[in-house]
Design a protein around this ligand. Structure first.
Ligand code: UD1
Length: 362
């Protein structure tokens, strides 16, 4: 059996890393890895391949940045050519990026079965690019692997009843597997931070950073939290956010904060583990905080990871300075960890096992 796996953005490199390991461990099938090139900077892409020992992609599509239509269209066109050449038995896509949708669409149109890892997540507003990508991908997938029961329920409510399996979260598998390599002491020393003396903050969502008003409110909220709690604010900057801070003339607001380049997986996880709490609009980091036993303030109107907000572990904050500072203070109070919400670290094994044991994926 030959399977083509498509990745392109940071969260997908992380998910591919653990699935790829499992495929190699078992010799499960001929795995062809394709990188769309949606993320291309060294610290947005290469570092993940190196740290997580992901094999070199067999095809690199060089799609790059651009408006959504162009980015998706380039990935679609170039990926279709790869599929015509490789003629795989199935295509594996992860998550909710423009790369995910392009890959699923190219495959479905060629009648190649689509396997979607991290299926069934739903969140409002429906107009979010990631939400559009995940809904459409789910509806053209033949195998849908969900992280929790909620994902399966969401799919059934939309009339998708076949090919669904709840396996847990591959990101948890990777977290557990890589935990021995998280070097907190070194990461703290490199960044000049003190154990539990800082917040880890990441921001990149269009609705937070592409509006001057939201970005300014968030930065002011972080400054307020810093003054009120005495914690440093450590903010590795996504390139989109760095650009907007420049464009909007918000440099002054960032002066009291500890800005950094985007970090590799190992450094970021090490720092999350050593932090006081996390503030993020990343789908992945809000869960990784929980894996690390840290609470997260999620700067979004809604989250797909409802189990975490329903249990009170994470909280949603508006992009308003006062609200954000209030949520951050609350996140510093101790709370009983909600236990295993996204499997037990066996998701990749379940996915690879299920695919390998199936004669046809269509
Ligand atoms: C994308 C995904 C998002 C995911 C995120 C993880 C979509 C719609 N969004 O958002 O779901 O959570 O990745 O990071 O697919 N840029 C660089 N260097 C890079 C990559 C991007 O400078 O290596 C710049 C681009 O020029 C662009 C901006 O970052 O200005 C946004 O990149 P893009 O890939 O469009 O979306 P993300 O915001 O990264």
């Amino acid at each position: 059996m030959k399977i083509v796996s498509l990745v392109g953005a940071r969260p997908q490199f992380i998910k591919e890393a653990i699935v790829n390991r499992e495929v190699r461990r078992r010799g499960a099938w001929h795995h062809v890895l394709v990188h769309s090139g949606q993320h291309y900077d060294i610290n947005m892409s290469d570092v993940f391949f190196r740290q997580l020992e992901i094999p070199r992609p067999d095809h690199f599509l060089g799609v790059g940045s651009g408006l959504h239509g162009r980015q998706t269209a380039e990935a679609l066109t170039r990926f279709e050519a790869v599929l015509l050449e490789e003629k795989p038995d199935a295509v594996l896509v992860y998550g909710d990026t423009n790369t995910t949708l392009a890959g699923a669409l190219a495959a479905a149109k060629l009648h190649i079965p689509v396997v979607h890892v991290e299926a069934g997540l739903r969140q409002s507003p429906k107009t979010m690019p990631e939400e559009i990508n995940r809904v459409l991908t789910d509806h053209i997938s033949t195998r849908l692997f969900c992280c929790s029961d909620l994902g399966a329920t969401n799919l059934k409510e939309e009339g998708i009843t076949e090919g669904i399996e709840v396996v847990g979260d591959v990101m948890y598998d990777l977290y557990l597997e890589m935990a021995p390599s998280f070097d907190a002491e070194k990461a703290l020393r490199t960044q000049g931070l003190r154990e539990k003396g800082f917040l880890v903050v990441t921001l990149h969502r269009d609705f937070n950073v592409d509006s001057r008003e939201s970005l300014q409110e968030i930065l002011q909220g972080l400054n307020l939290a810093r003054e009120e709690t005495g914690l440093e604010v450590f903010l590795p900057l996504h390139p989109r956010t760095a650009k907007r801070i420049d464009e909007f003339g918000l440099k002054e607001e960032t002066k009291p904060l500890r800005l950094a380049e985007p970090l590799g997986y190992l450094e970021l996880m090490a720092l999350v583990r050593a932090s006081a709490a996390v503030v993020t609009d990343s789908g992945g980091l809000q869960k990784e905080a929980y894996f690390a036993g840290k609470r997260a303030v999620v700067v979004m109107p809604d989250t797909a990871w409802r189990e975490l907000t329903q249990s009170g572990w994470n909280s949603l904050s508006e992009a308003k300075a006062d609200a954000l500072a209030r949520h951050i203070k609350k996140a510093l109070s101790p709370l009983e960890h909600p236990g295993d919400l996204y499997g037990t670290g066996q998701a990749a094994a379940a996915i690879v096992g299920a695919i390998a044991n199936q004669r046809s994926l269509s």
